[in-house]
Design a protein around this ligand. Structure first.
Ligand SMILES: [Zn+2]
Length: 311
C-alpha cells in the first residue's frame, strides 16, 4: 500500500490568502523557516503496480494537487487512475474538490448517508457529477463498519483491501440547515478511515473532535497514523485574532495542554504518527519554534505536501 500526502494544511492553506498572522507574514516575507502547504488531501493506492488510486477527501486545491502528482495523470488509454473518493465529512474543505472532478469522468464516491444527504439536499451543485456516463456512483458507508473493497470485477475474488470506518464525534458543517441536522445521524457527520491490507493498516483522522476516545485504540494498533494536527493550543484562533472560538468548539482537539492530543496519544502506539491538517496559525509550522521541537521530541512527524509512505 502506498499513501501519498498531496496537501497537509487545514482550510485556507499556508499561507492563507487573507491572513496576516505572524506565520503567514513570515512565510511570505521569507523570514520564517518553514514550507508552504496546500489544503489537506490524501491519496492511496492498494494494487501491486500502484495503477489505481483512491482519494481521501476532495480538497479545494485538488486540481493543482493532481497535476503535481504524476502517478495521478491519465494513462495512454485515456482513463484516470483515480477510481474513487472517500469522504470524511461534508465540510467544504473535504468536498469542494469533487467539483474539480466533474469533467465527464465516472468514479465512486464513498460517504455516509448523512454526508450524502447534506451534500445533495443543501445544494444542487454536486449534480454536475451526474453528467458522466456512467454517472458518478455514490456508495453508502456505515459510520461504524468494515467494507471489503475489490479492485477488479472478477467474481469470487477476495477483497483487495478492507476499509474500516469510525465515528469521530464531530458535527455537521454550519451550511447544513438546523432542520436537516435534526434528522441526520450525528454519528455519520464525521468519520475516520482505517485501510487494511495484508496485515498492514493506515488510520486517517485529519479532523478529530476529541469528543470520544475510540480513536486511541486504533492509533495504538495502526502502522501509520495521519492525525489531526490543526491547532497547537485551544485558544490559538482567539490569540491570533482569527476567531472568537476555541479549537475544541470548532471540532479540533488541540495538540498541547491537559488532555490535548499529545497527552492523550497512547504511549504504546507501535506505528509512525504524523500530524496533518495543520492550520496556518500553528507555531509548529515554524521550524525554529519550541512547539515544532516539542512535537518532534514527542515522536510525531509533521506532514508536508509530497510526503509518501509505503506499507
Ligand atoms: Zn495565517
Amino acid at each position: 500500500m502506498r499513501v501519498k500526502i498531496l496537501g497537509s494544511a487545514a482550510g485556507g492553506g499556508f499561507p492563507q490568502w487573507n491572513c496576516s498572522c505572524s506565520n503567514c507574514r513570515g512565510l511570505r516575507g521569507g523570514t520564517l523557516r518553514g514550507s508552504a502547504r496546500s489544503q489537506t488531501q490524501i491519496a492511496l493506492s492498494l494494487d501491486p503496480g500502484f495503477k489505481i488510486w483512491f482519494l481521501v477527501s476532495a480538497s479545494p486545491d485538488l486540481r493543482a494537487q493532481i497535476l503535481a502528482a504524476p502517478e495521478l495523470a491519465p494513462q495512454s488509454e485515456g482513463h484516470s487512475p483515480i477510481a474513487g473518493v472517500f469522504l470524511t465529512s461534508a465540510d467544504v474543505d473535504s468536498v469542494m474538490g469533487l467539483l474539480h472532478l466533474r469533467e465527464f469522468q465516472s468514479f465512486f464516491v464513498f460517504a455516509t448517508a448523512g454526508v450524502q444527504r447534506a451534500l445533495k439536499k443543501e445544494s444542487k451543485i454536486f449534480g454536475v457529477l451526474d453528467r458522466a456516463d456512467p454517472p458518478v456512483q455514490w456508495q453508502v458507508l456505515a459510520p461504524r463498519g468494515r467494507l471489503g473493497c475489490h479492485l477488479s470485477e472478477s467474481p469470487g475474488e477476495e477483497p483487495a483491501f478492507v476499509c474500516v470506518t469510525m465515528p469521530l464525534g464531530d458535527a455537521y458543517p454550519d451550511y447544513v440547515s438546523e432542520e436537516l441536522q435534526r434528522i441526520l445521524s450525528a454519528e455519520e457527520a464525521a468519520i475516520g478511515f482505517i485501510f487494511e491490507q495484508k496485515g498492514k493498516s493506515v488510520f486517517i483522522a485529519p479532523s478529530l473532535s476529541g469528543r470520544n476516545s475510540e480513536w486511541t485504540k486504533t492509533a495504538c494498533s495502526s502502522d501509520l497514523v495521519l492525525i489531526d494536527g490543526t491547532f497547537w493550543s485551544d485558544d490559538e484562533l482567539i490569540q491570533t485574532g482569527r476567531s472568537k472560538k476555541t479549537a475544541r468548539e470548532i471540532g479540533h482537539l488541540p495538540l498541547s495542554g491537559p488532555d490535548g492530543l499529545l497527552e492523550q496519544y497512547p504511549k504504546t502506539a507501535k506505528g509512525r504518527k504524523v500530524l496533518i491538517h495543520i492550520n496556518n496559525t500553528s507555531p509548529i509550522l515554524d521550524e525554529d519554534s519550541a512547539e515544532h521541537r516539542a512535537v518532534l521530541d514527542a515522536g510525531f512527524e509533521i506532514a508536508y505536501d509530497g510526503m509518501q509512505f509505503d506499507l
